[in-house]
Design a protein around this ligand. Structure first.
Ligand SMILES: CC(C)(COP(=O)(O)OP(=O)(O)OC[C@H]1O[C@@H](n2cnc3c(N)ncnc32)[C@H](O)[C@@H]1OP(=O)(O)O)[C@@H](O)C(=O)NCCC(=O)NCCS
Length: 295
């Protein structure tokens, strides 16, 4: 039985209050939570955090909505609608003309509010213990002699230089920057892969919350993408995660469309055992002055 909620309050949060709501924005870099050019509106149910809308300025009149969420048991009661109206009202007051948000396609909530569907950014696979039933995860893959797996935290200077070179040459490697957020790297599941002594890929995993490991950067150099390399990296990382599923029960991986080989791999090897597969797109909306009051 769900307990009846007495009182819903929707209000602006100041930077010191946002921390208590930060679990609604777990995939967002926490610096946004305290940076000044951000706007946060919180939902409280009986005085407890129950939802968050968080937007930060990317240009003078443009924001990225980094979080827009209502706690699961309180959905479909009109709270999201109120949160949305309050957020847009606050944005319009600040002269915002353009907003975007990353969300699934389809996303009826945005469609009904006339947001436009933009580019697909990634396919996001969310998984839990069930992934351990995938046949390719039953055993550790024997490494062919040319390959060598190196714990990410033991990277040599030469490996690091090679990774930086791959990033220089390939925009997708830059976007999947493996050096981002070093403080939250989850060592047991993070490795680099060498082929004939040279670094050709990596799987860098972050613990983004108590419960979730994010496979933030799974990258393989072009010439190795159709080989066993992606499978080696994910096999070792997910198997280490599986050993710790009691402690960290969820995994999430976003594969950008620029890596079709890895996406094909994930669709075949991960999707059937995943809890959820989402196509994440940029959605955007342009506002004009006349819209104030008609959001
Ligand atoms: C998107 C999200 C914030 C909406 O929150 P919500 O509180 O469920 O939103 P609402 O209840 O106002 O509206 C959702 C739907 O519920 C239904 N609904 C609203 N009030 C209702 C009520 N009293 N009784 C029954 N159904 C109701 C409506 O069909 C409504 O659809 P609408 O868009 O046509 O208005 C919520 O689903 C969520 O947190 N999703 C996960 C986060 C996410 O994906 N965010 C990005 C996408 S915007």
């Amino acid at each position: 039985m769900t307990a009846a909620v007495e009182k819903i309050e929707i209000r602006r949060l100041d930077p010191f209050e946002i921390r208590a709501f930060s679990h609604f924005a777990s995939s967002v870099d926490p610096t946004y939570l305290v940076s000044a050019p951000a706007l946060a509106v919180g939902v409280e149910a009986d005085g407890k955090p129950a939802g968050l809308a968080l937007a930060y300025f990317v240009r003078a009149a443009a924001v990225r909505v980094a979080a827009f969420v209502v706690k699961e048991p309180l959905r479909r009661r009109g709270i999201g609608k109120q949160l949305y109206e309050r957020l847009i009202e606050e944005l319009l007051k600040r002269g915002v003309q353009l907003a975007d948000i990353l969300a699934s396609n389809p996303e009826p909530f945005l469609e009904r509010r006339c947001w436009n569907l933009g580019a697909r950014l990634a396919t996001v696979y969310t998984f839990s213990k069930h992934v351990g039933e995938a046949p390719w995860l039953q055993e550790t893959i024997a490494l062919p002699p040319q390959y060598q797996l190196v714990p990410w935290l033991d990277l040599t200077e030469e490996d690091r230089r090679k990774a930086l070179r791959l990033m220089e040459d390939d925009a997708v490697a830059r976007r999947l920057d493996p050096f981002h957020d070093p403080g939250r790297v989850f060592g047991p599941s993070s490795n680099a892969l060498r082929h004939d002594g040279e670094l050709v890929g990596w799987c860098v995993v972050h613990r983004i919350s108590q419960e979730t490991l994010q496979y933030s950067s799974v990258y393989v150099a072009a010439k190795q993408r159709r080989t066993v390399a992606p499978m080696i990296l994910l096999n070792y990382s997910i198997r280490e995660h599986l050993r710790r599923f009691e402690e960290v029960p969820f995994g999430i991986q976003a594969v950008p469309p620029e890596l079709p080989e890895i996406e094909r791999f994930a669709n075949k090897r991960l999707a059937p055992w995943a809890d959820r597969v989402q196509r994440v797109h940029v959605w955007w909306k342009q506002f004009d002055a006349a819209e104030a009051g008609t959001v």
